[in-house]
Design a protein around this ligand. Structure first.
Ligand SMILES: Nc1ncnc2c1ncn2[C@@H]1O[C@H](COP(=O)(O)OP(=O)(O)O)[C@@H](O)[C@H]1O
Ligand SMILES: [Mg+2]
Length: 144
């Protein structure tokens, strides 16, 4: 059975802190699939992960909406996808993106809704829900 952990974040800062905690569980080959609407905090969460894994480097993390993929060269390479404009899994395959799943980096995928059925079994899911202006529910599956 998948283990699900539900938390509530009351600020951007708290989300960044949760992300730092989660990053301790990530290793080469980890895949983290984000679910949730625009503004729910996916990119913010990813900023926290990248910050935690980038040691001293200061890396600018933004949603790669127009290029689909940003690559951050930190301790472990991080592949940051934004699949908002990837229509379906065929489009994803056409782009040759599935090779990143078997790489030795970490894949962080925004709008993973668009490729749900091709995600590997051990994918970590982070579902973010907008509650109030400063509050987000964050549901984490498979990480611990
Ligand atoms: N608790 C919170 N967690 C995350 N983001 C929050 C929170 N409260 C407010 N925000 C704000 O919501 C916005 C989330 O944007 P972003 O992370 O880009 O979302 P997404 O990538 O899901 O579209 C940011 O402006 C952020 O500062
Ligand atoms: Mg985003």
């Amino acid at each position: 059975m998948a283990k699900i952990k539900k938390i509530v974040s009351n600020s951007t800062k708290e989300t960044i802190q949760f992300a730092k905690d989660l990053s301790k569980h990530l290793k080469k080959g980890s895949i983290v699939a984000f679910l949730g609407d625009l503004g729910s905090g996916k990119t913010t969460f990813i900023k926290g992960i990248v910050k935690a894994l980038s040691e001293t480097k200061n890396i600018n993390v933004t949603s790669p909406t127009f290029v689909y993929l940003n690559i951050y060269g930190v301790k472990i390479p991080i592949y940051h996808f934004d699949l908002y404009r990837i229509k379906d899994k065929d489009h994803f395959y056409e782009m040759g993106f599935e090779e990143y799943f078997s790489s030795s980096g970490i894949c962080l995928i925004e709008w993973s809704e668009n490729i749900l059925d091709i995600l590997p079994k051990d994918t970590i899911f982070i579902k973010m829900t907008h509650i109030t202006e400063q509050t987000r529910e964050i549901e984490i599956t498979n990480a611990f």
